[in-house]
Design a protein around this ligand. Structure first.
Ligand SMILES: Cc1cc2nc3c(=O)[nH]c(=O)nc-3n(C[C@H](O)[C@H](O)[C@H](O)COP(=O)(O)O)c2cc1C
Length: 284
C-alpha cells in the first residue's frame, strides 16, 4: 500500500512538512510504503483554458509537472496533503492544481483514493476558508477525505515541540491506512456542518429560506432547537452533492461539452465581432 504526502509550503522543514512527515510515519507504522513531494518544487503553470482535456478527452496538453503530480496521486492508495494557511486560505499551489485537475477529474484516475488533510496555522480566527481549497481539490478528484486537521502552531518550525499536534497527525496517517485496509472510508475527524466536506461554512441563499455548502452545493434549511442553530439536509440533497459521480458526469456532459457545438457554429460571427476588441488599445 502506497501513501503519498504532498506538502504545499515552500518552506523547507516548515510546519507543513514536519506534520505531513509525522502522518507518514504513522502510515509506515501501519505497514504502508510512503513518499513525499513538495508541490512547489515542481513546475505547475496555470490552466490555459484551451479545453483540450474537455473536448478531446485527453490529458492536459501543457508540458510541465502537473501530469506527473496527478500520476503520482493515481499510483497511490492514500494521499495526505499538508498545507499552511495563507491569508485565510490554502497556498496558491493548491488553487493552481485545482484548475489543472480538470483532466484527472474527468478521467477518474484518482477517484476512490483515501485522503487526509493537515493545515498548520498561526492566528486563531484567520483560517475560515482554508479547507475550501483542499476539499475542492480532493473531492473534485473523487478522494474520500477521512480526516482534516487544523493545527495551531505559533512559530516557524515549532511543530516538533507540540506533542498533541504530532499525535493527531500520526493518528491521521494511521486512519488513512486503516480506511484503505478495511474499505471503510467514512469521515473520522471533527464533524462540521456540511455532511460531505465537514466544513462549517454555509451560504444563505437569496430566497432567505435555504442554505448551501459553498463547496459541495448541498442545500438545507436552518432550524432553531433549544436556542441552537441546526442545519438540516435531506438525504436526497446529500445524494445530489456537487462531487458525486452522477453530478460531475451531468456537469461535463450537459453544461460543459455542448459548448463545443456552439463554439464551432459561431466561429465566423465571433471572428467578426472580436475585431473591435483586437483593435482597441492596440500597442503601435
Ligand atoms: C504570507 C503568509 C500568510 C499567512 N496567513 C495566515 C493566515 O491567514 N492565518 C493564519 O492563521 N496563519 C497565517 N500564516 C501563518 C502560517 O499559516 C503558519 O506560519 C504555518 O505554520 C506555516 O507553515 P509552513 O512552515 O509549513 O510554511 C501566514 C503565513 C504567511 C507567510
Amino acid at each position: 500500500m502506497k501513501i503519498l504526502g504532498l506538502v504545499g509550503s515552500v518552506r523547507q522543514l516548515g510546519n507543513s512538512e514536519i506534520l505531513t512527515k509525522e502522518a507518514l510515519m504513522g502510515a509506515e507504522e501501519e505497514g504502508a510504503q510512503v513518499e513525499i513531494l513538495r508541490l512547489t518544487d515542481y513546475n505547475v503553470g496555470p490552466c490555459r483554458g484551451c479545453a483540450a482535456c474537455l473536448l478531446q478527452e485527453r490529458d492536459c496538453v501543457i508540458k510541465d509537472d502537473a501530469n506527473f503530480i496527478f500520476g503520482k496521486m493515481a499510483e497511490s492508495d492514500g494521499i495526505i496533503v499538508g498545507v499552511p494557511c495563507y491569508i485565510l486560505e490554502a497556498t496558491a499551489i493548491v488553487k493552481q492544481l485545482i484548475d489543472r485537475g480538470f483532466a484527472p477529474m474527468q478521467q477518474n484516475t484518482v477517484r476512490g483514493k483515501v485522503g487526509g488533510v493537515i493545515v498548520p496555522y498561526a492566528t486563531r480566527g484567520w483560517t475560515q476558508n482554508v479547507f475550501q481549497q483542499t476539499n475542492t481539490w480532493l473531492l473534485a478528484l473523487g478522494v474520500d477525505v477521512v480526516n482534516q486537521l487544523l493545527i495551531h502552531v505559533q512559530g516557524l518550525s515549532e511543530a516538533p515541540l507540540i506533542q498533541d499536534a504530532l499525535e493527531k497527525c500520526r493518528n491521521l496517517g494511521k486512519q488513512v491506512v486503516r480506511a484503505i485496509s478495511t474499505g471503510d472510508h467514512s469521515f473520522q475527524g471533527e464533524e462540521g456542518i456540511c455532511p460531505i466536506c465537514h466544513d462549517r461554512n454555509i451560504r444563505i441563499l437569496k430566497d432567505m429560506e435555504s442554505v448551501e455548502c459553498p463547496v459541495c452545493a448541498v442545500r438545507g434549511s436552518l432550524k432553531i432547537e433549544e436556542g441552537k442553530i441546526k442545519v438540516v439536509f435531506s438525504q436526497e440533497a446529500i445524494a445530489r452533492h456537487r462531487w458525486s459521480v452522477e453530478n460531475l458526469q451531468r456537469h461535463f456532459t450537459y453544461h460543459l461539452k455542448p459548448s463545443k457545438e456552439f463554439f464551432m457554429k459561431t466561429k465566423d460571427q465571433r471572428k467578426e465581432s472580436m475585431q473591435k476588441y483586437r483593435d482597441y488599445l492596440k500597442k503601435s
